[in-house]
Design a protein around this ligand. Structure first.
Ligand SMILES: CC(C)(COP(=O)(O)OP(=O)(O)OC[C@H]1O[C@@H](n2cnc3c(N)ncnc32)[C@H](O)[C@@H]1OP(=O)(O)O)[C@@H](O)C(=O)NCCC(=O)NCCS
Length: 163
């Protein structure tokens, strides 16, 4: 049986990470989602990965053997250019998804744990995310210490304090 590995995201992983952004954005009805290239070029989604490699960009990927199985990453934004879960310039926003066939086995929790360790290592004080209120992912976030900050149009911005 191939082993699970949690590794830093590299530039070579970006096509897979983009696929995970698409999964996270269209979690409710993947079959009704617009084509991936078109969807990821929309400004609301493009901000999460375009020009990857800015200061503070970091994340980890789960691999089962050679096969990528999920990813989590964070990015800093500012008031003029940001994602749905923006809080402030010091607070990076987190995105996460696991390949459908690999969900429910603990990979999301492993990814989140590794991401929080890395953020602490970088002395990041707080991380945020946005989750639609009917996405069961909120159960993972709550169990890992994220708390609601504000509600916005059917979604909740949550934060996790790290220091
Ligand atoms: C959310 C997601 C990353 C979780 O990854 P995962 O590997 O399936 O999660 P785990 O197996 O580690 O489970 C962690 C917790 O997630 C919660 N959870 C996540 N999805 C769930 C679902 N569909 N139903 C029930 N619980 C769910 C549970 O609380 C679970 O804890 P438990 O095992 O103690 O019950 C994954 O379901 C996913 O990729 N979903 C689609 C993309 C998405 O919605 N991303 C988040 C956008 S905000």
């Amino acid at each position: 049986m191939a082993a699970l590995a949690i590794l830093p995201i590299t530039v070579d992983d970006l096509p897979f990470v983009r696929a995970m952004l698409y999964e996270a954005a269209f979690w409710r009805a993947p079959s009704a989602a617009p084509p991936m290239r078109e969807a990821l070029n929309q400004p609301g989604l493009a901000v999460y990965l375009e020009g990857w490699g800015r200061p503070g960009d970091t994340g980890v990927i789960a691999r089962i053997g050679e096969e990528p199985a999920g990813a989590v990453w964070v990015r800093h934004f500012n008031a003029d250019d940001h994602g749905y879960g923006y809080v402030d310039e010091l607070t990076p926003e987190l995105s996460i998804a696991v390949v459908e066939d690999h969900r429910g086995f603990g990979i999301g929790r492993c990814l989140m744990t590794a991401m929080l360790v890395e953020l602490r290592r970088r002395s990041v004080a707080r991380v945020s995310l946005s989750v639609e209120n009917d996405n069961p992912a909120h159960l993972l976030y709550e169990s890992m210490g994220f708390v609601p900050l504000r509600a916005v149009d059917g979604s909740t911005t949550m934060t996790r304090t790290l220091t």
